[in-house]
Design a protein. Sequence first.
Length: 532
Amino acid sequence: MIFSNISWRSSSSNISDGLPTVEQINEWSRDRVKEFLLERGAKLDLEENDVNIIHAQRVTGKAFLRLSEEQLTRETGPFRLPYGPASAIAELVQQIKGEKLVTGRTRTLSPSLYNENNETLKRKKRMKEYHDTVTTGLKANNPLVGANPKNFFRNQQTNPILNGRPLANTGPPITLYNDAFSLFLNNFNDENLIIPPDFLKWADKLILEATNNYNNEEEWNEKMREILSERLGAILLVEYGKKNKNTRVMECLRFLALYYRDYWSQNNVKTIRNCCCAPSFIITLAGPWFCILGGVFLNRAVVEPLTDLIPLTINLRAFDKKKRIARLFYSLYQALRHLDNFYHNLDLGKPMEHRFFPYVRQFQFDGNNNISFTYVCELSDDPTRTIWKGTLENGRSIVIKYTSKYCAAAHKICATAGFAPELLYCSDNAETKRLGGFRLIIIEYIDDLRTPNILVFEIDEEPHTNIIDFDWSGRHNVDSYPSSMNEDIDWPPGAEPCALLNKEHDRYWLNELREFLNLSKEEVTDKALSQF
């Protein structure tokens, strides 16, 4: 049994005295960040000029918490601070976030996620971000102005659109919020999908017109609108990029993200926005190149590409390529019909709190009864970490998690041995496909739940462990490490991206755990492995 990517935390440690909390700093303006750094300047050996450089980059509290030593010292970056102050600021950020370095690895020392960030604070933060997003959308200039790189990336520091620009502003998978997106993706990726003959003929027409010469761009745009409307009907958002793909497509994608946020921020759609996550398909045309995106309106607007840029400049005799284009638009046609039905059946009676959470609210317990659950709050401030606290109908607290990979077998073995919380549900492959490739995991809630994989705690002065993350667990020399691994961790020899999992790596981590707990080798072996 392999438990890869392991880290652990002690539940008895405290954050350094006198530091503000993450929640407080998240609300800070750039002036408050400057004031805070000046207050601690002597302790950090900061000069006023160091602080002014950070202030000039409009670093708000939220952006401050993302700062790293590498960002602050990078020669091509906006800060270019000397190593000394950069290292001091990065260490301060780690302290505030409840992290410190121990033998080259990051160790979290914060109190439990739930106790530190209770439901009320989480909800207030969520609603504030939602109202900030709406206000920004209402006050925004023309999206063409906002799409300018300088304007766009400056605004991304304060009230970001979660579209992956920069990568820290990546949102949760939109397939979790409406099944129309996974319907589109599953159909588009199904090479055996049956496409009606009339749709294949229409695809020929689209390809010919999209690649034709026109006297001006507006004439081309109007022709594209006409052809797309023949099959797709009313489309929530269609915007046409310039015909020069290489120079305009990135600006077009930024424009569309802004347009989506601004459109759904308007007062005339407020009733709909308050009752759902405003799921929308967005079609990008950059000359004869197409890209389909999707958007949802959560506490932040989330815009995610669903396809790559697909050229229509193909040989019509290359049937596989032509069929792929036909399948793209037939899949979009089916998904738009599904989405249209969703909006027609939407209950507009009152605002719905669940619009901020994934659409799945039931699971099948023991293969029999459907059990309903309610999302309560996020268990992480990172929108890419799709994990929530929830409650069952009987009031029992649970953890709801969506992950692309999960080793339920390892979890069940550890739970039986008393080393993991109970696994209540793990979705099958069919449901995982409906969720866009994400597996739904329901587990017993632990009061001291944290971000690491192993929680270390004491009962009657005896150390105990609880393993709470089995995403990348697997079988010895069969399953593999993920393609991306945390470079801040000092991995054992042979632990590399896509390498096979190995028991020797577990022994390496057990020795690290022994040193961390100051236990003898025999104690770790007896207490941690006696059940295996």
